[in-house]
Ligand binder design. Structure first.
Ligand SMILES: [Zn+2]
Length: 69
């Protein structure tokens, strides 16, 4: 099982998707699927490296995460 990240970066306008099978952001990553957004561990645009989760609102606008098998 992994996580699919779909990123719409406001900084550079890129659309990117990536999949991870490991927990890249500590034990709380799965909680992104629910209510909690961790803004301590930076999630960055793979193109321009802008931090996407400066705030919970920023994260929700730019990143969507879904579970994959
Ligand atoms: Zn970017």
């Amino acid at each position: 099982m992994g996580l699919n990240y779909i990123i719409e970066c406001r900084a550079c306008g890129s659309h990117s998707e990536y999949r991870t099978t490991i927990n890249v952001c500590g034990v709380n990553t799965h909680l992104h699927l629910t209510d909690h957004v961790d803004t301590e561990c930076a999630i960055r645009c793979p193109v321009c490296r802008a931090k996407l989760n400066k705030s919970e609102a920023d994260f929700r606008q730019q990143v969507s995460i879904s579970l994959s098998e």
